[in-house]
Structures are given as structure tokens and as C-alpha cells.
Ligand binder design. Structure first.
Ligand code: DQA
Length: 153
């Protein structure tokens, strides 16, 4: 029997996440983005899925990346960072591409300032994981793999 095609997952890190490790360590911890990415790549390898990882500080660039994702990827894992709370454009791009998406946050956005309590992305995502530090990404990736595996059955 032919082996099923590997799931391909696009991981998007939004603005300022490239500064993890130095940025507000009391909120985000000391973990760096390359460390998070290494963990995602090894988890992906373990589960036999492909991941492509991008980071951008620019809303339009994130919109373009999502817009081109439909034919190449099966799902999106996104930490939209500050754009979570402001970006109708990223929300619309996710809706337009139609891929299942999981939203993640290192910090618990509901335990922080009022303006972070609203996510424009959450209503168009399959779900949201918030508050588990770097583990939020691993949990998000596992949630996507689960979703894709269940859709295949
Ligand atoms: C964040 C939470 C956002 O409110 C904030 O703007 C970020 C990071 C998180 O991962 O906890 O940049 O998305």
C-alpha cells in the first residue's frame, strides 16, 4: 500500500517574537525563537510531518505568506503576537486560505492587560492555546497533527 503523504504545516511567528530571550523575560521566559523552532522541528520529525517556519514583523508580509499557503500546506500554526489583537487583515487571510489554523501564545493573554483579552484570530481558528510558555507551541503542533490525522480517517 502507498505510504500516505506527510502533513505539511506552516508555522508563523508574528512581530517581536524574534526578540524572545531578551524581550520581557518575566513574561515570556528566557527561551529563544531558535530554541522553540528546534523543538518544533524535532517534534515534527518524531510525528513524521513537515514544518516550514517563518517569522515576520510585518502584517502585509504575514498576509502574503498566508495567501500563498493553500496549495503547499495542510494547516497553519500561528502566534500572531500583537496582531492577534488588531489585525482584521490576518484574520481575513486565514479565512480566505481556508486551511485549519491553531493560534498559540506563550503568555496567558487573558491574565494580562485588558487590550490583550480580545483575539480577532480566535473565532476563525480551530482553537487557541495560551499561557504555557514554549510548551504552547508543542501543544499547538500536536493539536494540528491530531486534527489532520482525524480528517484523514
Ligand atoms: C503573545 C501575546 C501578545 O499579546 C503579545 O503582543 C506578543 C506575544 C504571546 O505569545 O504571549 O507579542 O502573542
Amino acid at each position: 500500500m502507498a505510504r500516505p503523504k506527510k502533513h505539511a504545516i506552516l508555522v508563523i511567528h508574528g512581530p517581536n517574537l524574534g526578540l524572545l530571550g531578551q524581550r520581557e523575560p518575566e513574561v515570556y521566559g528566557r527561551v529563544t525563537l531558535p530554541e522553540i523552532n528546534d523543538e518544533l522541528r524535532s517534534l515534527a520529525k518524531e510525528h513524521k510531518v513537515k514544518v516550514e517556519i517563518v517569522q515576520s514583523n510585518h502584517e502585509g508580509e504575514i498576509v502574503d505568506t498566508i495567501g500563498k499557503s493553500k496549495d503547499t500546506f495542510d494547516a497553519i500554526l500561528i502566534n500572531p503576537a500583537a496582531y492577534t489583537h488588531t489585525s482584521v487583515a490576518i484574520r481575513d487571510a486565514l479565512l480566505a486560505c481556508g486551511l485549519p489554523c491553531v493560534e498559540v501564545h506563550l503568555s496567558n493573554i487573558y491574565a494580562r492587560e485588558q487590550f490583550r483579552h480580545n483575539s480577532l484570530i480566535a473565532p476563525v481558528a480551530k482553537g487557541q492555546i495560551s499561557g504555557f510558555g514554549k510548551q504552547s507551541y508543542a501543544l499547538g503542533l500536536l493539536a494540528i497533527i491530531n486534527l489532520l490525522d482525524s480528517a484523514r480517517k
